[in-house]
Design a binder for this molecule. Structure first.
Ligand code: C2E
Ligand code: CA
Ligand code: CA
Ligand code: CA
Length: 279
């Protein structure tokens, strides 16, 4: 048993070393990803339940790696966050989304508000407000063209600072959404402090609808609570007609999910966008 334990240990360490090496290589690649133009944004549409209109979209980052193919953000955002590269990536995302909105408008389209995800380090970055303003002015866009999504847990990790930063973004005219709601244990009293207009119910609660009683109860409670604070509610990760029917029946305002539209390239999204009315 002793020998076997030793082998296991060796196996374990080499496995760890391999993982560390992979991690390290990926970080090196990621460092160059912006310059090599390997990053892309996909856009997922969001729909209003009252009339079915597309009322927003979310920009979601992907990495077109030269040998590993398309890498989803779940596989590199944490790495980017730990290494500090997220500030550079976030800067790129902001600029790229603004540039894309400008291109759509020049093609005679009227894209609805585009939401951008902010992670902890970006949110803590002193330069954030200037960066947002620069991206908007370079593309001649009004701040109303954008929305920021901040996770509930990020808000709760430093509520005073979060409140300050959100107030400044809100004053510029940006819309603010609280993302992954339901996972961060915040109270109604806390939510009132933030100038957020939208609450996104985490996909983990939507998944169990309509049969899971807990998920159904939580979803209904979140909708009621958000409405009492005069916030709009978006359900994320809607995959089935039954989930959609439940959300509609219980007064949810907006939905996003594979059932209605996956994240897609800017080119694929274009036909879904409203056209500018002819003068
Ligand atoms: P998130 O902000 O909660 O984004 C929603 C995620 O759910 C996206 O995954 C989206 O593709 C996925 N999704 C949407 N509808 C459905 C559905 O019906 N079913 C299922 N199973 N999934 C659905 P994605 O694109 O892989 O992004 C994962 C996370 O990575 C995001 O979660 C966000 O936290 C982060 N992320 C993505 N882009 C950025 C970015 O530009 N900056 C930062 N800081 N984080 C980003
Ligand atoms: Ca999000
Ligand atoms: Ca989310
Ligand atoms: Ca349950």
């Amino acid at each position: 048993a002793k020998a076997r334990g030793k082998n296991n240990f060796q196996f374990f360490t080499s496995e760890l070393a391999e993982r560390a090496a992979r991690h390290f290589a990926l970080e090196g690649d990621l460092r160059q990803a912006v310059a090599r133009q390997e990053l892309v944004l996909h856009y997922q549409p969001r729909f209003r339940l009252s009339d079915g209109a597309m009322c927003g979209m979310e920009a979601l980052l992907r990495w077109q790696h030269p040998t590993r193919g398309l890498i989803p953000p779940g596989e590199f955002i944490d790495l980017a966050e730990e290494s500090g590269l997220i500030v550079q990536l976030g800067h790129w995302v902001m600029g790229e989304a603004c540039h894309q909105i400008r291109l759509w408008r020049e093609a005679g389209l009227e894209p609805p508000r585009c939401a951008i995800n902010l992670s902890a380090r970006q949110f803590g970055n002193e330069g954030l407000i200037n960066e947002v303003q620069a991206a908007l002015s370079e593309t001649v866009l009004e701040a109303q063209a954008l929305e920021v999504e901040i996770t509930e847990s990020l808000l709760m990790s430093d509520p005073d600072r979060a409140q300050q930063v959100l107030l400044r973004l809100h004053t510029l005219g940006m819309a603010i959404a609280i993302d992954d709601f339901g996972t961060g244990y915040s109270s109604l009293a806390y939510l009132k402090r933030f100038p957020a207009q939208t609450l996104k119910i985490d996909r983990s609660f939507i998944q169990g609808l309509p049969d899971d009683r807990d998920d159904a109860a939580i979803t209904q409670a979140v909708i009621a609570m958000a409405h009492s604070l005069e916030m709009r509610v978006v359900a994320e990760g809607v995959e089935t007609p039954e989930q959609l029917a439940f959300l509609k029946a219980h007064g949810c305002d907006e939905v996003q999910g594979y059932l209605l539209g996956r994240p897609m390239t800017a080119e694929k999204l274009a036909p879904l966008l409203p056209r500018e009315a002819l003068a």
